[in-house]
Design a protein around this ligand. Sequence first.
Ligand code: ZN
Ligand code: ZN
Length: 284
Amino acid sequence: MSRFQLTIWGARGSIPAPAAANVRFGSDTSCIELRCGDHVIVLDAGTGIVGCGRELYDRGVSQIDVLLTHCHFDHIIGLPFFMPLYSSGTSVRIHAGHFEDATTCRNMVERFMCPPYFPVTPKQFAAGIQYCDFRPPEVLELFDDVRIRTVRLNHPNGAVGYRVEHGGRSVCYITDTEHRPGVRDEAICDLIAGADIMIYDSMYTDAEYPKYRGFGHSTWEEGVRLCRAAGVPRLVAFHHDISRTDAWLADLVGRAQAVFPGALVAQTGLTLDIAERVRIVETS
Ligand SMILES: [Zn+2]
Ligand SMILES: [Zn+2]
């Protein structure tokens, strides 16, 4: 069976959280690497993409697809430091589909990497860059053997959820999104139905949520409800708030698994083997 592996390079939301109390689960913001056969797909470009880029460069990966959920800083701030962009002989396709106006992926990156905010502009990229725009629920056929379904999420300024399918298995990446208490998000349910794994915006708990209504985020308990409703056996709680320490997140593992045995809590360095119905390969 073809390789299908997921590695978490950054699991934080909103802002990096470097602190001695956060070493185990990590401090970097959103970035996940998928290896589908020989293809490499990177979900989001938070600070986690910096380490990811170094490793891809060391592995000699010459074709990379970066799929952005949206362009809030915690999901793009690492992009200017993504080494493969400065490597000639490398091709990078950057995909975005969350815009609610005429903004394109290309002009978003140009406006973001621009003096006086940042000295390097995209003109200095040495790789071959392709900017790819789409509109959910468009299906992205990146390769013959990789198919990606998309859905619009409920988030200020828009965001896109992805379902990546390869070799008869599938991974869903659903962040940042706000649920409506008591109302199932049918679009998300439809997208994740029967998937092997869902990575989900778990910024808050149900108990905390009323204080953060309108902030555009969800809860790990809502992730459990969605997994149950859609027959997804594995939940990865993701997009941790800056206040979450290793002790708090370790406790969450126990609390979440007590109600949903397939629950995991995202941590930098966690690799899951999806081709073998999700096996934890290593943690670092
Ligand atoms: Zn975010
Ligand atoms: Zn956001």
